[in-house]
Design a protein around this ligand. Structure first.
Ligand SMILES: Cc1cc2nc3c(=O)[nH]c(=O)nc-3n(C[C@H](O)[C@H](O)[C@H](O)COP(=O)(O)OP(=O)(O)OC[C@H]3O[C@@H](n4cnc5c(N)ncnc54)[C@H](O)[C@@H]3O)c2cc1C
Length: 435
C-alpha cells in the first residue's frame, strides 16, 4: 500500500455495518468506552425485522450497556417461559425460567423488532456513536486501517476510514461474503412462512407472554409469540426441500396446510385475523470458517445463524456485538502485541457457542431427542439444565453440562428403547394442493 494512503487520518476508530442488535450493541459498547464509532444502516429506522422473542440472559447485556430502563419503559410483553405443544395439543411441556437458578430475572421481553432495534440504536447514539443511513458498498484493507465506501441517504457515494470494521449486516454478510468465509449448514436448511395476527388465543396470567412452539409433522414446527397491542407473531418452519416442493409460490397455502396438520395450532388461530401479508425466509443456518481477520470482525448473523427454534438469534447477536467491540478495541484501536491472541480467543468463542447451540437445535430436529424435550418431568434435573439453555445460558458449569450430556444420551437411547412416550401426531406429511 502506498505510504501516502497509510498516512490518511482516521475518521473513526471503528465503523460498524448494520444497526440491528449486533451492530447497536457493538456501537454502544465502543461509544461508552469513548471510542469514535460510526454505525451505518442501509434502512431508515424503524423497519420491520423478524426475530421477536428475546431470552432472559439478554438482561445482563442490557444492564452492561445501560439500556435496560429504556427497554423496560417501552411496555413490551413479558415472557416468563416457553411451551412445547404436540401437534394434537395433548402434550404440553412448560419451560418456566423461574425453574433455573441461573436466570435472574427469570423473564424477558417479546418485542416488535422495529421498535426494539430503534431503541437500541438510539441508545448507541446516546452512548456517543454516530449513526448514518447508508448502504456499505465495498471496503479496502491496508497496512493500518480500512477504507469503506457507502451510498448515503443523499444518494451520494461516501468513504470513511477507520482502524477496523465490524460486520453486523445480518444475513447480508457484507464482509463475510467478500471474505468468502460463510459456510451453509446443510443439515439445517429450512424455510419459514410468517405473519402477524390479532386475536390469537393466549394463556391466562403469567403464562400469557410465553412463546408457544407447536410441533408439526415431519419435524416442522410453528411459533406463537405474543406481542403488545394484542398482536401475535405466528410462523411455520419446514424443511427447505418441502417448502420448495409444495409452496409453488403460495406461502399462504403452505401456512394453511401446516395449520391443518395440527389441531393445536388450529385452536390457537381460531377466530384470529391476519394483519398484513405473509413473509418468507429461507435457507437460514450457516456459520463462518473464521469470525475475524486483519481489520475485520463478524458479529451476529453476519457471522453465523442457527435455526430460530429456541429464539437464540438476538442474544447471540447482542453478545457477539459486545465481544466484537471488545476485540476490535483491544486488537486494532489500542493495538499492541496481544492482537493475535485477542483475535484467536474471539474466533474460538464464537465457534464454541455455535457448536453448543447447534447441538440443541439439531436435537429438536431428531425425532428421538425431540421426544425427550416433550418428556414428562422431572428427569434427573435435566429440565433445569435445559431451561437454563433455553433462557440463553450458553456457558454452563460442569453439573449442568453433565445433565445435558445425559439428556442427549437418553435421546440416543430412545431410538432403540421407548424410554419416554413417542410424540403423538408427528407422522403425516404436510401436503399442499393434494400433492
Ligand atoms: C424465521 C426467523 C425467525 C426468528 N425468530 C427469532 C426469535 O424469535 N428470537 C430471536 O432471538 N431471533 C430470531 N431470529 C433471528 C434474529 O432475527 C437474528 O438472529 C437477529 O436479528 C440478528 O441480529 P443482527 O444484528 O446480527 O442482524 P440484523 O438484525 O439482521 O441486522 C442487520 C442490519 O444490517 C443492515 N444492513 C445489511 N446490509 C447492509 C449494508 N450493506 N450496509 C448497511 N447496513 C446493512 C440491515 O438493514 C439490518 O438492519 C429469527 C430468524 C428467522 C430467520
Amino acid at each position: 500500500m502506498p505510504a501516502a494512503q497509510m498516512a490518511t487520518p482516521f475518521d473513526h476508530d471503528v465503523v460498524v455495518v448494520g444497526a440491528g442488535p449486533a451492530g447497536a450493541a457493538a456501537a454502544a459498547r465502543l461509544g461508552r468506552r469513548g471510542r469514535s464509532v460510526l454505525v451505518l444502516e442501509s434502512e431508515p429506522f424503524p423497519r420491520f425485522h423478524v426475530g421477536e422473542s428475546l431470552l432472559p440472559l439478554g438482561d445482563a447485556v442490557f444492564r452492561e450497556l445501560g439500556c435496560r430502563d429504556r427497554l423496560a419503559a417501552a411496555g413490551f410483553v413479558q415472557k416468563h417461559g416457553a411451551q412445547l405443544i404436540s401437534p394434537d395439543g395433548a402434550h404440553r411441556v412448560l419451560f418456566d425460567f423461574a425453574e433455573s437458578r441461573h436466570v435472574d430475572p427469570p423473564w424477558t421481553f417479546q418485542v416488535h423488532r422495529a421498535e426494539f432495534d430503534a431503541l437500541m440504536l438510539e441508545h448507541a447514539v446516546a452512548c456517543g456513536a454516530v449513526a448514518a443511513v447508508g448502504r456499505a458498498r465495498d471496503y479496502a484493507i491496508d497496512g493500518d486501517g480500512v477504507t469503506l465506501t457507502y451510498d448515503g441517504a443523499d444518494g451520494v457515494a461516501h468513504s470513511v476510514r477507520a482502524r477496523a470494521v465490524i460486520d453486523a449486516s445480518g444475513r447480508a454478510g457484507f464482509v463475510a461474503r467478500r471474505q468468502g468465509v460463510r459456510i451453509a449448514d446443510r443439515e439445517l436448511q429450512k424455510a419459514a412462512v410468517y405473519a402477524h395476527f390479532r386475536g390469537v388465543a393466549t394463556d391466562p396470567g403469567r403464562r400469557a407472554g410465553d412463546t408457544r412452539i407447536v410441533a408439526l409433522p415431519r419435524l416442522g414446527w410453528m411459533w406463537f409469540i405474543p406481542l403488545k397491542h394484542g398482536q401475535t407473531s405466528v410462523g411455520a418452519v419446514f424443511d427447505l426441500a418441502d417448502y420448495q416442493q409444495h409452496a409453488k409460490g403460495d406461502p399462504a397455502a403452505l401456512f394453511a396446510a401446516a395449520v391443518a396438520t395440527s389441531p393445536a395450532a388450529a385452536d390457537l388461530l381460531r377466530g384470529a385475523e391476519r394483519l398484513g401479508g405473509f413473509r418468507v425466509e429461507s435457507g437460514f443456518s450457516y456459520r463462518a470458517e473464521r469470525y475475524c481477520g486483519d481489520r475485520w470482525l463478524l458479529a451476529g448473523d453476519a457471522g453465523s445463524f442457527l435455526d430460530p427454534v429456541f429464539s437464540t438469534g438476538v442474544l447471540m447477536a447482542l453478545r457477539g456485538g459486545l465481544e466484537a467491540a471488545d476485540a476490535a478495541d483491544a486488537a486494532f484501536v489500542r493495538g499492541g502485541a496481544r492482537r493475535a491472541a485477542v483475535l484467536r480467543r474471539f474466533d474460538e468463542r464464537l465457534h464454541r457457542r455455535y457448536r453448543f447451540v447447534r447441538r440443541f437445535v439439531t436435537g429438536f430436529y431428531d425425532p428421538h431427542t425431540r421426544d425427550i424435550f416433550f418428556a414428562p418431568r422431572p428427569l434427573l434435573g435435566m429440565t433445569k439444565a435445559v431451561t437454563t439453555v433455553l433462557a440463553g445460558g450458553f456457558d454452563l458449569g460442569w453439573l449442568d453440562r453433565s445433565r445435558l450430556r445425559l439428556f442427549f444420551l437418553i435421546g440416543r437411547m430412545q431410538k432403540r428403547y421407548d424410554l419416554v412416550p413417542r410424540l403423538a401426531g408427528a407422522e403425516p406429511q404436510v401436503a399442499v394442493g393434494g400433492s
